[in-house]
Design a protein. Structure first.
Length: 224
């Protein structure tokens, strides 16, 4: 895997300071205060502005950036939280997903099978049309933001993005897909047959078997 070289020469350090002098402001979600990235940006001389962003972790003009450490990426895939985040990013004409920490952690080790992870990453690019940047660590992430800010010399009015309101059926499906072994297809069938979470929970094992098969008993034990 090829990494972007970390800036280290005097000319590269001068480059960063010159961009900071452009007074480009980087808007950062309040949840990122515990990250080292904002402090890196401050050390480079950039203006940052912490806000409660409804969408994304960083906004540079009309570019929305979602940042995930490797562990956060995996947990958000399992909880399916990242699906709604990717949908919300599509409100911006340009967006990025930064996956941070590949120099510190093997992305293919852990709770998600490596081919499942590869499939998900392909889906991010092909289905959600969100480019992915892999960074070594928080400093590398900050330096990518520096380069991106350089390319956004003309300030624009940020888009007024908002959390996407899901329909009733979409909310039910989102909840159902959080259960083990229930994917989008089975979730859709359950909604169509029973209509509500309460009816699904109250359904007998025999009724659930029509859709879930041998997994019905596992599902029943879990909700009870």
């Amino acid at each position: 895997m090829t990494f972007l070289k970390i800036f280290s020469t005097p000319s590269e350090k001068k480059y960063i300071k010159e961009q900071a002098n452009n007074k480009i402001k980087i808007i950062i979600d309040n949840h990122e205060k515990n990250s080292l990235v904002p402090s890196q940006l401050i050390s480079f001389g950039f203006q940052i502005d912490f806000q409660n962003l409804p969408v994304a972790d960083y906004i540079i003009n009309n570019i929305a950036i979602e940042r995930k450490t490797i562990s956060d990426l995996k947990s958000s895939i399992i909880s399916k939280r990242i699906i709604s985040q990717l949908e919300e990013l599509k409100q911006y004409p340009s967006r990025l997903l930064i996956i941070e920490g590949i120099a510190e952690e093997n992305i293919y080790e852990g709770i998600i099978h490596e081919n499942a992870l590869r499939g998900f990453l392909l889906s991010v690019v092909l289905n959600y049309q969100v480019p992915i940047i892999f960074t070594q660590n928080s400093e590398d992430t900050a330096r990518y933001l520096v380069v991106l800010a350089k390319k956004q010399e003309k300030q624009e009015t940020p888009i007024r993005a908002s959390k996407i309101a899901f329909s009733k059926d979409e909310q039910i499906q989102y909840i159902l897909e959080g259960f083990p072994h229930i994917g989008p297809k089975n979730a859709h069938k359950l909604i169509k047959k029973f209509g509500s979470i309460k009816s699904i929970i109250n359904a007998s094992e025999e009724q659930l078997k029509e859709i879930l098969g041998s997994r019905a008993s596992d599902f029943k034990r879990l909700i009870e």
